[in-house]
Design a protein around this ligand. Structure first.
Ligand SMILES: [Zn+2]
Length: 270
């Protein structure tokens, strides 16, 4: 079965931005091992990417490579070549390996594991979509068959990064955070259930898929904001074959502690 990682075009972001924190677990984050310009091989068809867009994508892609290097204690992501096809016309995007399916679930981009390539329809949030899909490429390069929630949560987080004044910032995805606050306050969120029933197929019910992306993103966002090392601990545990809930219980003392810290965090978000 081919794996598909769609980028659903649903959320609006505000412009409340925060400088991305340093990785506590990587003192040499941006060392001399930098990506070359050839690492992202962007092929455009009937569309154009501005110089600013290209510079932003390149800078954040380097950051993603450094992040995945740190998480997986490697340097191999620096030399990963990623083929990216960006289409100006929907008809052309539809002709790509999984383009029709992606459009069916309102996605405008996906990572196709079979070829390791990214396919995108150019929209006004092309940067966000591209950074999302690049995260899938990096994660799969380091981790065969990662849990879907982990994969999409990280990708959605990276899609929320922006560059301003040559620095990388993240923008909390307001629509998703509002939705999580709602789920937390009406007690309709069962994180253990979400984590334990997280198979590769999220179905084709748009509302349910949207909520799954939101929950996945909200867990990653909570972990990143709490302590970036937690992402590394989680990746280590998952890669060792442990269940997500087992690793989170180890990180927080118990699954109950994790859930109450998570709920408390979102209750405090404005
Ligand atoms: Zn995705």
């Amino acid at each position: 079965m081919h794996l598909k990682h769609c980028f659903p075009s649903i959320q609006k972001q505000n412009f409340c931005v925060f400088l991305v924190g340093c990785f506590a677990f990587i003192p040499i984050l941006f060392s001399s091992r930098t990506l070359t310009a050839q690492t992202l091989n962007i092929k455009k068809q009937n569309c154009h990417l501005s110089k600013e867009d290209t510079a932003t994508i390149d800078k954040i892609a380097r950051y993603e490579a450094a992040f995945y290097n740190a998480v997986f204690e490697t340097a191999k992501n620096d030399s990963l070549n990623i083929n990216i096809y960006v289409f100006g016309r929907k008809a052309d995007f539809k002709e790509t390996p999984d383009g029709e399916n992606a459009l069916h679930v309102s996605g405008d981009g996906y990572y196709w594991e079979k070829t390791g390539a990214v396919y995108l329809l150019k929209t006004d949030h092309v940067n966000e979509a591209l950074l999302h899909e690049i995260s899938h490429v990096f994660l799969h390069y380091n981790f065969n068959q990662p849990p879907k929630w982990f994969d999409e949560g990280l990708a959605t987080y990276f899609g929320s990064l922006i560059v301003e004044d040559k620095q990388i910032f993240y923008t909390p995805v307001v629509g998703r955070i509002e939705r999580i606050k709602e789920l937390v306050s009406n007690r309709s969120l069962n994180l253990e259930d979400f984590l334990n029933n997280n198979n590769r197929n999220w179905g084709d019910d748009i509302n349910r898929i949207t909520d799954k992306y939101t929950v996945a993103y909200s867990i990653i966002y909570f972990l990143v904001k709490t302590n970036l090392n937690l992402v590394k601990q989680l990746a280590d545990g998952l890669k060792a074959g442990k269940a997500s809930s087992t690793v989170l219980a180890e990180c927080f003392g118990s699954m109950g502690n994790f859930e109450s810290r998570f709920s408390g965090f979102y209750k405090q978000q404005n």
